[in-house]
Write a protein that binds this ligand. Structure first.
Ligand code: FES
Length: 273
């Protein structure tokens, strides 16, 4: 059993939990994820690791309350326990940038972006970040990123924080102003990552993205997380979750992501009313 040592509401749908998980905390690297079951017998939920503290033996996760399983997880409070917390899973992120990197985080995508930027900064790489969301409440980890980066830019769909528009509007502006990046790391909704690659690929700016498809076992056995990268079948849970954005078949990934939407909504209605 894994004890919840801290919990914080980031907005009305997104929460952060710090969990005492000694083995994961000792081994995990930026880019990796865990799969948890809130209670014995519950659905397995894959969640990226937002941060970790090897001394305190804790791992921080951020989740959006979107269905039955995340609602059950959100019911837990500090002092409660999580039944299963398996990891670290997936490949650690390959951090290529040498001089200046641009991180782009859309919504909860800011969570897995954070440890990668933190590690790059520790390696002496200059780091800028664009955070986006539908409004200012959906732009998470604002202060955390300000502490570890050179520049943080914001974009919101309603203009309540930063640029009124999309993260790609800020990206276009930075590039038009002549800022040079040797890598972009974009993590967020698939349409956002596809749009970022649409800008960076013609300019040949290396772009890594993180895929978060349907996952079941998380060990490469079930095939649920199948994606096509560079024309080849890959499994996000063992080959990723980070991939070269130039090679990802985003349209297929979007089709597969929506495949079980109706069933998920049905289960949610049945169980939560
Ligand atoms: Fe089953 Fe990746 S989650 S193969």
């Amino acid at each position: 059993m894994y004890k919840i040592v801290a919990k914080q509401k980031l907005n009305h749908l997104v929460e952060k939990m710090v969990v005492h998980a000694p083995y994961v905390a000792r081994k995990c690297e930026p880019g990796q994820f865990i799969i948890l079951c809130a209670n014995e017998g519950d659905e397995r939920i894959p969640l990226t690791i937002q941060d970790y503290d090897r001394e305190a033996e804790t791992v921080s996760i951020i989740y959006q309350i979107v269905g039955y399983s995340t609602t059950k997880l959100a019911e837990k409070e500090v002092g409660d326990t999580i039944a299963h917390f398996a990891g670290p899973l997936g490949m650690p992120a390959q951090l290529h940038a040498k001089k200046r990197v641009l991180g782009i985080g859309g919504g909860v995508g800011a969570a897995p972006l954070y440890p990668q930027i933190k590690e790059l900064k520790a390696q002496g790489v200059a780091c800028d970040v664009i955070l986006g969301g539908r409004d200012k409440d959906y732009v998470i980890l604002q202060e955390e990123f300000k502490e570890i980066t050179d520049n943080v830019y914001f974009a919101t769909n309603d203009g309540s924080l930063g640029t009124n528009g999309f993260v790609t509007d800020v990206l276009n502006e930075l590039l038009a102003n002549g800022v040079v990046y040797d890598e972009v790391i974009a993590i967020g909704p698939l349409p956002m990552m596809k749009a970022v690659v649409g800008i960076t690929k013609p300019l040949d700016i290396k772009t890594m993205v993180s895929l978060n498809p349907i996952m079941i076992d998380g060990t490469g056995m079930c095939g649920g997380c199948r994606v096509t990268v560079g024309g080849k079948t890959k499994f996000a849970c063992v080959d990723g979750p980070d991939f070269d954005g130039f090679e990802v078949d985003f349209d297929e990934a979007m089709r597969r992501q929506n495949m079980y939407k109706k069933q998920e909504e049905h289960v949610c209605r049945m169980k939560l009313g």
